[in-house]
Write a protein that binds this ligand. Structure first.
Ligand SMILES: [Zn+2]
Ligand SMILES: [Zn+2]
Length: 377
């Protein structure tokens, strides 16, 4: 079938993207879903900082690629002759797409650590669906890749059913989409990786979609105190309205955090993707505390911390991918928390845009002038 989608052909084009236009909006040919795959009509897709990291080349991916990895939509066809092989999905189901396909059979999947799914990681690195297939074709170009098994920036996508989670159809698509990356990653970092409890003083570095979701996750977990750190005044003001103590990032931030938390955070969550900020997050963690890192620094960056403090202060430094979530378990639980008013993820959504405005929207994201922007199809 014919589909409109946003294709990235080369990384590292300089901004402003409104002029350099790294994402081309083009007509694509989408092959029908194979066995175990779903054709999904995309309702909304979110713009994430890690899409921007592919555009600017700090998170290299195989090119060319239909970009985007945060989406929600409706199943409109199921591949294969017997629908039984497609995880029990039915035409008409509303789904959230998850950016790590979860095979369910490998060691990490069996250990309830699907963020580390081995076939999922291999498929994501190769830019294919979980089964190794590519379903995109463009005129004169047969080598388009899938982004993290999702490729959200298109009006229809084919995904492996292991990339989809069924959700309540009453949820608006632009809210549902947020659960696929920002909420899974940020709320998961707080409740699964950091395991925030009501006794905890929590610090969140970076107030983008993931950081703000981590703040909401810590709030849902009943954290005694939440400190929010960013450079953008409007984001700090937003965090203050959500009950956090704002601290301006930069020199003096660690001291200010220690003051606000009487000695440092019990749980400190870094979402910026910079080794320098991770070092600050470590320094802002109290003795016995846990520093969780969610951001994606450039592969060449190295971390400089006092090694002995891990032992003498019994500290934990922990990486968190996919919020250490099991998508099929955690997405429905987080949706229920949203519907019950305990997790107001609509606070993340700042802009609704059209597919044609995607380059301008990435300028806005790069400038820190947006939290989550959703393409509405
Ligand atoms: Zn993301
Ligand atoms: Zn697996």
């Amino acid at each position: 079938m014919n589909v409109r989608g946003a294709v990235l052909r080369e990384m590292g084009r300089p901004g402003p993207y409104a002029e350099s236009r790294p994402l081309e909006i083009v007509d694509l040919e989408l092959a029908p879903p194979g066995p175990g795959e779903l054709l999904v009509k995309v309702g909304a897709a979110g713009l994430c900082h890690s899409d921007l990291s592919v555009i600017n080349g700090s998170r290299p991916r195989v090119m060319p690629m239909v970009l985007g990895h945060e989406a929600a939509g409706e199943v409109v066809a199921i591949g294969g002759s017997d629908g039984g092989d497609a995880g029990g999905f039915a035409v008409g189901d509303h789904v959230v797409l998850s950016f790590v396909p979860t095979c369910g059979h490998c060691g990490p999947c069996r250990a309830e650590r699907p963020a580390l799914c081995e076939p999922g990681a291999a498929a994501n690195a190769a830019g294919t669906l979980l089964g190794g297939e590519r379903r995109w074709h463009a005129p004169g170009d047969d080598h388009l890749h899938h982004h993290l098994g999702v490729s959200a920036f298109a009006d229809h996508v084919v995904v492996d059913h292991h990339s989809a989670v069924k959700v309540d159809p009453s949820l608006p698509y632009e809210i549902a989409a947020l659960f696929g990356c920002a909420v899974l990653t940020g709320v998961g970092a707080a409740v699964n990786s950091a395991q925030v409890t009501p006794e905890d003083r929590v610090v969140v570095f970076g107030l983008g979609g993931v950081g703000l979701a981590a703040l909401l996750g810590a709030r849902m977990a009943g954290a005694a105190e939440i400190v929010a750190v960013d450079v953008v005044e409007e984001k700090l003001e937003h965090a203050r309205r959500l009950g956090a103590t704002p601290v301006h990032a930069g020199d003096g931030a660690v001291e200010a955090i220690k003051q606000a938390t009487s000695g440092g955070g019990d749980k400190v969550i870094e979402t910026v993707g910079s080794a320098r900020v991770l070092q600050q997050a470590y320094e802002a963690t109290r003795r016995g505390g846990t520093t969780v890192t969610v951001g994606l620094p450039h592969p060449e960056q190295r971390l400089d911390i006092q090694a002995v403090s891990l032992v003498t202060e019994e500290r934990t430094l922990k990486g968190s991918y996919l919020g250490s979530c099991v998508p099929g378990r955690d997405i429905p639980a987080f949706v229920t928390a949203y519907q019950e008013g305990r997790l107001p993820v609509d606070e993340l959504l700042t802009h609704r845009i059209a597919l044609d405005e995607v380059n301008e929207a990435f300028d806005r994201l790069a400038a820190g002038a947006a939290v989550r922007q959703a393409i509405i199809f």
